[in-house]
Write a protein that binds this ligand. Structure first.
Ligand code: SF4
Length: 278
């Protein structure tokens, strides 16, 4: 694999992710605007959509907070991870240099900014080996701080059951209020362990709006949560209204008999993601 070609492809992937909102998200925002009964909420959704079109036309970032970049790399048999890591860093540095990315990455204690969006374990890269895949597939998820800061993890008492899970998720979104820049896509991870649940909650954001968890138990939960969250009336940017979330995506893993981990990771209306095959 040629590192130069890969880093150019990754740069283009980042550019696309930050300037071009995915079609499924835009469509959900349009439907929300058309169905919204609260006038202030309708106006805000209209402004958001105008902003989306402008960013695409002018090739400028959809939001000033271009977030922390999370890369998901899926590959088949053999992969030179060092080369992929280096290509990702090069692409991120170039995108920052060209003002596609705001320099967001700092040392957590000293708050010193690297000024190029790279640093210790930054950007975040997850590798997944997929049997039979004869190409490299990379997805990038820019995650803004407003929504990320409202993430929650609950290690629930298993006795609380499905109802307890549902209440924990709704309560988490209620407490977040307007902070995650709603309408959000609500990523939920249920099961696994504390770290796995959080990983799944974020990975759930990669799914297209309209998709469902293949397990009926979870897809029914997604539908109920979507209804309950929108009944909260938080509305776009917290001004009130019918549209608090665009979708709820639940990803799951089996867990220890004494545990019930539940993670919530909301994604703001600027639910950016882009995918490329190399
Ligand atoms: S949460 Fe999203 S929409 Fe709000 S400021 Fe951050 S990136 Fe922008």
């Amino acid at each position: 694999m040629d590192g130069e070609i890969l880093s150019e492809a990754l740069f283009e992937l980042i550019r696309r992710a930050v300037v071009d909102l995915p079609g499924d998200v835009e469509l959900a925002l349009r439907e929300a605007r058309d169905n919204e009964k609260n006038e202030r909420a309708k106006t805000i959704l209209g402004s958001i959509l105008e902003n989306v079109e402008l960013a695409r036309r002018e090739s400028t970032p959809i939001c000033q907070d271009t977030g922390v970049l999370v890369f998901y790399v899926r590959y088949g048999t053999v992969l030179d991870k060092k080369l992929v890591d280096e290509s990702i860093i090069k692409a991120v540095q170039k995108a920052t240099g060209e003002n596609l990315l705001r320099p967001n990455i700092v040392h957590p204690l000293t708050r010193v900014n690297s000024n190029d969006n790279t640093g210790v374990e930054a950007p975040i890269v997850y590798y997944e080996r997929v049997k039979g895949m004869d190409y490299l597939e990379v997805t990038v998820l820019p995650k803004g701080a407003g929504s990320e800061n409202t993430s929650t993890l609950g290690m629930l008492d298993p006795a609380r059951g499905v109802e307890g899970v549902e209440d924990f998720i709704v309560d988490s979104i209620k407490k977040a209020g307007g902070k995650p820049c709603p309408p959000t896509v609500v990523g939920v991870g249920i099961g696994g362990s504390s770290d796995k649940a959080m990983y799944l909650a974020k990975k759930a954001l990669l799914r297209d709006i309209g998709s469902r968890n293949p397990d009926k138990e979870y897809s029914d939960l997604e539908k109920r949560l979507y209804g309950r969250i929108n009944e909260l009336g938080i509305g776009p940017m917290g001004v009130g209204g019918d549209t608090t979330c665009l979708a709820v995506h639940v990803e799951d893993a089996d867990c220890h008999t004494a545990s019930l981990p539940v993670a919530v990771n909301p994604q703001c209306w600027a639910a950016r993601k882009a995918e490329a095959r190399v």
